[in-house]
Design a protein around this ligand. Structure first.
Ligand SMILES: Nc1ncnc2c1ncn2[C@@H]1O[C@H](COP(=O)(O)OP(=O)(O)O)[C@@H](O)[C@H]1O
Ligand SMILES: [Mg+2]
Length: 346
């Protein structure tokens, strides 16, 4: 495999809170290949967004800090880059889309002005040329009648259309890496599918890489090539989408798969029992053991935290942080994944 576009190595990010210091991201490592879509999944509070913020240089400096690690982007360590350099890279080679487009868009500027600004910050274009490009971008992301809508304000757009505008801004300079943090969580199911389709198409056209952050494994099956599962600030399993769905090798991943909503997004199955631990009062040993249906009270689970170990000899980036992941391999789930999504068609 060629050198990854992004290589996150041993990332540790902490916050000062009223109740004490918390380690939101604890020695996280994973790679994002060129042209690859990596899904980062986990329950709320598992450290997905903080990982993204760390890589983008957006950890709020008064309360939080990256204390360790590297994020090698095309060989350059983003965590060691100056704030000026990060400002230059963001919106140009790197872009991020957040869950809630209304707080990311400026309510007093037209959509066209905001897309134009994104373009003109990084390229020397006249206002007129930037506006024409904004119209093209809006058309490309599926906003009808873009020539007229380019002069409208964010509040004149629906939630789904605003997220399309955010995507237009994010891809305006054809970034090599796009991080999408819960990009469709605020949208209804049909619009979710359209926005995902747009992201997927954009990625293919631009040959960019995408990190898709979501609490919903179903979304990952639709668009991702590879999956990184996070729990309590740690990576607990990695593998291809196919491997993760066919044969989860961590009890937490297995639980996430079992609690996936059905097609259509309704009829949610029971969630994994219990709650994710407080970062202020972490269990000993494996951080998942108090909720684990595989541990059965075995001592290693509460005595010693497992490391993230590579599974198999020829496995390409397949790893699990469970002492007993081999047991999971033997008792393969009878359920096979639904025949849908990109990975299935290949
Ligand atoms: N600005 C902040 N100040 C203090 N704690 C934070 C801040 N941002 C995130 N955290 C904490 O970091 C942990 C991980 O959060 P986050 O990465 O947002 O989770 P998620 O996986 O849901 O995206 C949580 O416990 C959260 O409370
Ligand atoms: Mg988040």
């Amino acid at each position: 495999m060629s050198e990854p576009l992004l290589s996150i190595r041993d990332l540790v990010t902490e916050f000062d809170t009223q109740d004490g210091l918390i380690r939101a991201v604890d020695h996280v490592s994973f790679d994002v290949g060129r042209g690859e879509v990596v899904g980062v999944v986990g329950e709320s509070g598992s450290g997905k967004s903080v990982t993204a913020m760390s890589v983008m240089g957006l950890v709020p400096p008064n309360v939080g800090r990256v204390v360790q690690g590297q994020a090698l982007f095309d060989g350059q360590d983003l965590l060691a880059a100056s704030p000026e350099e990060m400002r230059r890279l963001r919106g140009d080679e790197l872009a991020i889309i957040f869950q809630d487009p209304i707080t990311s868009l400026n309510p007093v500027l037209t959509v066209g002005a905001q897309i134009g600004e994104a373009i003109r910050t990084h390229r020397d274009l006249s206002k007129d040329d930037a506006r024409s490009e904004a119209v093209e971008l809006l058309t490309a992301v599926g906003v009808d009648d873009a020539e007229r809508r380019v002069d409208q304000y964010p509040h004149e757009f629906s939630g789904g259309m605003r997220q399309r505008v955010m995507i237009a801004i994010a891809i305006a300079n054809r970034p090599k890496l796009l991080i999408a943090d819960e990009p469709t969580t605020a949208l209804d199911v049909t619009v979710q599918a359209q926005v995902l389709e747009l992201l997927s198409r954009t990625q293919q056209e631009m040959q960019s890489s995408i990190v898709l952050i979501t609490h919903d494994l179903g979304l990952v099956a639709e668009v991702a090539d590879r999956v990184v599962v996070m729990y309590a600030g740690r990576v607990v399993e990695t593998g291809s989408v196919h491997e993760i769905f066919q044969e989860p090798r961590h009890p937490y991943t297995r639980g996430l798969l079992a609690s996936r909503p059905g097609l259509g997004g309704s009829d949610r199955l029971p969630a994994i029992p219990g709650q994710a631990p407080s970062l202020l009062a972490m269990p000993t040993g494996c951080k998942f053991h108090p909720r684990c249906d595989q541990s059965d009270g075995r001592a290693p689970c509460w005595e010693e935290e497992p490391s993230l170990r590579v599974i198999g000899a020829d496995a390409d980036d397949r790893a699990s942080r469970c002492h007993y992941h081999e047991e999971l391999a033997r008792e393969r789930t009878a359920e096979t994944p639904r025949p849908r999504g990109r990975w299935w068609r290949r």
